[in-house]
Design a protein around this ligand. Structure first.
Ligand code: ADP
Ligand code: ZN
Ligand code: ZN
Length: 671
C-alpha cells in the first residue's frame, strides 16, 4: 500500500503547515482533523492536504496519531475562507482555522465528538409544528424582501431602515424564501449580541419551527456550542443565528447571509485574530456567489460609501412599521440654561414625571458605569489613580470598591486622602449608579432599574432584567449602551440622554460616527408601538452644553443621509478610512522605550513608495497592568499595495530580536 502523508495546519504562530506520516487505516481527507505530536505535546490540527510524498526527510518525520474519520470533512470552500482570513490579517492558517472549531471537538479525546454525533443522530427532525403568524409586510418591506429574493449570484444589499421600520421581518421573509426554494439551503443571520436580544431568537424559532435553528455565540456552554456547530456543519441546522464568531462556522449549503446592525463595533474581534466579521461575511458571500444583506439605521461609513458608489445596492425603509408608530421627536436641553441637579435637568425630570403619571416607561442613557469616574481630594488635589495603569480608579459605591476598568484591579474606598488625611473625599462626575441614586430621591415611588455590566454580572441576569422591563415591572430604566441595542420596548415613550458631549471633541475621528449611531439607536427605543389614546407623544431629550452642534441638528431631523455624506467628505479631505487603508503595529513591554525602540526599528525596515509609515507613539492609555504600550500606524491609498507590503514586512518583523511583545492589526478601528 502506498505511504500517505498528511499536511496539517496547527494553531501556532509558526507560519507554515506540518507534514506527518499516516500509518493508520481509513481514508483520511483534507478538511478532517488529525491528532499529531507537536514538540512535547499532542495537538489537533486541520488536514489541508493528503498525498503520497513529502519533502521532509524520513528521520525528521513523525506519525500522525489519529484522524477523526467519523467527522465529515470541512469543505474546501471553508478552508479557502480561513486561508483568505489568514492571508488578509497576516496570520498563519492554523491560527485562524483551528480556533474556529469548537473546543470540545478538538479535544485530544474523542468522547465529546462521538457523544455529540450520537445526540444529533437521535434528534427527531423538529416536524410539522405550525409556524407563528408573520405580519403582512408593508409596501417598502415587500419591495426590499423581493429585491433580496430576486438577487442573482453575489449581491451585497444595504437594508437602510429607520429604527422600528421592521427590518427583522424583511430578513425573515427573505430567509423563508431561500429555505423554501432549496431543501438544503442554509441561512446565516448575524447579530452583534444575542444575550441582549433574546426576542429575536424566540421570534426566529417561532417562525421556523421545523428548520433546526442553531445559535452560535460565546455565551453557550462548550457542549451546546459543539452540538450547534456540528448541526451547522452536517447541514442539519437550516438557520444559524450567531455573533461575530459565527462567520467562521462551517455552513456547507449557505444560501444567504444577513448582518443585522452591520455598523455595530461588536463585529470587530478585538483580541487574538482581530477580524471584522462583517467584512469576512461580504467576502464569504462573494466566494459563494450568494446575496448578503447588511441592515442598519446608521450604516458604517465603509458600507455607506459602497452604497453611494453603487457597489452595494441600497434598499430603504423610511417609516416605522407598527401602525401609528412614528419616530420620536428629538429635543435638546441646553444645560447652561437648565442647570442639572443630581445630573438631571428640570425639563427631563418633568418629562419623566408625565410618563409616571400615565404609566409609561422612561429610559435614561448614560454610557458610563460605576458611581463616579474619579474620586478626588479638594484640599490637596489628590486623585485616585490606578497604581498599575494610566487611568483613574472608578468609584463603585454599592460594591464599596474602587475599580480600574482597564486592568480590573479592585481596592477598598479610601476613608481619607492618602496624601493629606482629609476625610472629605469628593466623587467627581456621574456614572449610572449615581444617577440611579438621584432618581430614587426624586421619584421615591417609581420602580427604577439599572442595567449595565455591573448589574448584570451573573449569567442570565441581563435577560431577566430585560424581561421584567417588557412585563411592565419597571417605570424608569437607566443604563449604558446595553439598553440601547435592538430592544422592542412597547410602552416606552421617553428617552433621556445624559452627557453625550464628551465624544463630540474626541481625537478619534470615528467618535462622531459612533456617537451618532448610538444616539439614533437609543432614540429608536422610544415610541415603537403606536401612540395610545391620551398617551404621551414619544420624545428624546438630550442634555447638552453644545445645542448648536451640527451632529445634534442632524439627529433632530433624523437625517443620517446628510450627516454621513458630510462625514465622508471630511474623511476624504483628511485622508482617512474608508479612503485610506490602515494597519497598526502594537508593541508592549515593561519599559516604554523597549516598545518604542522596536517600533522605530520596524519602521525603518523597508521603505516603500506607496506606503506611509508614521512615527511610533505611546498609546493614549499608555500603561495597563504595568505594561507600557506603543503603536505604529501604517497607511496606504491602495489596499493591494498595503497587503503586499505587510506580507514581506511581517516576515522581516518575525526575524527581529526584541523583548517587546508585538502584534499587527489590519483595518484597526481603535487608534
Ligand atoms: P427594526 O429592526 O427595523 O428596528 P423591528 O424589526 O424590531 O424594527 O420591528 C419593529 C416593530 O414593528 C416590531 O414590533 C415588529 O413586530 C413590528 N412590525 C414589523 N413589520 C410589521 C408589519 N408589516 N406590520 C406591523 N408591524 C410590524
Ligand atoms: Zn488630600
Ligand atoms: Zn488598572
Amino acid at each position: 500500500m502506498e505511504q500517505l502523508y498528511l499536511t496539517v495546519a496547527l494553531d501556532t504562530p509558526l507560519d507554515t503547515c506540518f507534514d506527518y506520516r499516516w500509518q493508520g487505516g481509513g481514508d483520511p481527507q483534507p478538511g478532517q482533523l488529525a491528532l499529531v505530536p507537536f514538540g512535547r505535546r499532542e495537538e489537533i490540527g486541520l488536514i489541508v492536504a493528503v498525498g503520497g510524498r513529502t519533502e521532509v526527510p524520513a528521520d525528521k518525520l513523525k506519525d500522525a496519531l489519529a484522524v477523526r474519520l467519523q467527522l465529515p470533512p470541512l469543505a474546501a470552500r471553508w478552508i479557502e475562507l480561513c486561508a483568505f482570513a489568514a492571508d488578509y490579517y497576516q496570520r498563519p492558517l492554523g491560527e485562524v482555522a483551528v480556533p474556529a472549531l469548537p473546543k470540545n471537538l478538538r479535544a485530544a479525546k474523542t468522547v465529546a465528538l462521538d457523544r455529540a454525533l450520537k445526540k444529533l443522530d437521535k434528534l427527531a427532525p423538529a416536524g410539522d409544528a405550525t409556524p407563528a403568524d408573520a405580519p403582512v409586510l408593508n409596501a417598502a418591506q415587500q419591495q426590499a424582501a423581493d429585491a433580496i429574493s430576486e438577487a442573482q449570484g453575489f449581491a451585497p444589499l444595504l437594508l437602510y431602515g429607520v429604527t422600528g421600520s421592521g427590518k427583522t421581518e424583511v430578513y425573515l421573509k427573505a430567509a423563508a424564501r431561500v429555505l423554501a426554494r432549496d431543501a438544503q439551503a442554509q441561512v446565516l443571520i448575524m447579530v452583534p449580541e444575542i444575550n441582549l436580544t433574546p426576542q429575536l431568537e424566540q421570534n426566529i424559532r417561532a417562525r421556523f419551527p421545523g428548520a433546526d435553528v442553531a445559535t452560535l455565540h460565546s455565551g453557550l456552554a462548550e457542549g451546546e456550542r459543539g452540538l450547534n456547530w456540528l448541526a451547522a456543519h452536517l447541514g442539519r441546522a437550516r438557520i444559524v443565528l450567531g455573533t461575530r464568531l459565527a462567520i467562521l462556522a462551517s455552513l456547507p449549503h449557505l444560501g444567504l447571509i444577513i448582518v443585522d446592525e452591520e455598523h455595530d463595533p461588536s463585529y470587530k474581534q478585538q483580541e487574538g485574530l482581530r477580524y471584522s466579521a462583517r467584512d469576512l461575511a461580504v467576502w464569504r458571500a462573494r466566494q459563494l456567489g450568494i446575496p448578503i444583506v447588511l441592515g442598519s439605521a446608521t450604516p458604517s461609513l465603509e458600507t455607506w460609501q459602497h452604497a453611494l458608489s453603487g457597489r452595494y445596492r441600497r434598499l430603504e425603509l423610511r417609516e416605522r412599521a407598527s401602525r401609528d408608530a412614528v419616530l420620536p421627536k428629538v429635543r435638546l436641553i441646553d444645560m447652561e440654561r437648565d442647570r442639572p441637579g443630581q445630573g438631571l435637568t428640570s425639563t427631563l425630570v418633568s418629562a419623566m414625571k408625565l410618563r409616571l403619571e400615565r404609566g409609561e416607561q422612561s429610559l435614561l442613557y448614560l454610557n458610563r458605569r460605576g458611581y463616579a469616574p474619579v474620586l478626588a481630594c479638594d484640599a490637596c488635589g489628590w486623585i485616585g489613580n490606578c497604581p498599575r495603569c494610566t487611568a483613574f480608579m472608578v468609584l463603585h459605591k454599592p460594591e464599596h470598591r474602587m475599580r480600574c476598568h482597564h486592568c480590573s484591579l479592585e481596592l477598598r474606598i479610601p476613608k481619607s486622602c492618602p496624601t493629606c488625611g482629609n476625610v472629605d473625599l469628593q466623587p467627581l462626575g456621574r456614572g449610572t449608579q449615581r444617577i440611579e441614586e438621584g432618581l430614587q430621591q426624586i421619584f421615591p415611588q417609581a420602580r427604577i432599574m439599572r442595567i449595565d455590566a455591573d448589574s448584570t454580572r451573573l449569567k442570565g441576569s441581563a435577560q431577566a432584567a430585560f424581561e421584567s422591563v417588557h412585563r411592565g415591572e419597571v417605570d424608569i430604566l437607566i443604563g449604558t449602551q446595553m439598553v440601547a441595542k435592538g430592544h422592542d420596548f412597547r410602552n416606552l415613550t421617553l428617552v433621556g440622554v445624559l452627557n453625550p458631549d464628551t465624544s463630540l471633541f474626541s481625537h478619534d475621528y470615528r467618535a462622531s460616527e459612533r456617537l451618532f449611531a448610538q444616539l439614533m439607536q437609543v432614540a429608536g427605543r422610544a415610541g415603537r408601538a403606536g401612540r395610545k389614546e391620551g398617551g404621551n407623544a414619544s420624545e428624546v431629550l438630550i442634555q447638552t452644553r453644545y445645542p448648536t452642534h451640527p451632529l445634534y441638528g442632524a439627529l433632530m431631523r433624523h437625517d443620517y443621509d446628510s450627516f454621513a455624506n458630510g462625514l465622508l467628505e471630511e474623511r476624504q479631505q483628511a485622508g482617512v478610512p474608508p479612503f485610506m487603508y490602515q494597519a497598526l503595529l502594537r508593541a508592549e513591554a515593561r519599559e516604554l522605550q523597549t516598545a518604542l525602540d522596536f517600533l522605530q526599528q520596524a519602521a525603518g525596515l523597508q521603505p516603500h513608495p506607496a506606503i506611509v509609515i508614521n512615527d511610533p507613539i505611546p498609546m493614549t492609555i499608555t500603561r495597563v497592568a504595568n505594561v507600557e504600550r506603543a503603536q505604529l500606524l501604517i497607511e496606504s491609498a491602495s489596499r493591494p499595495a498595503l497587503q503586499a507590503f505587510l506580507k514581506s514586512w511581517m516576515a522581516a518583523l518575525r526575524a527581529m530580536k526584541t523583548r517587546a511583545r508585538w502584534s499587527l492589526e489590519v483595518d484597526p478601528v481603535d487608534i
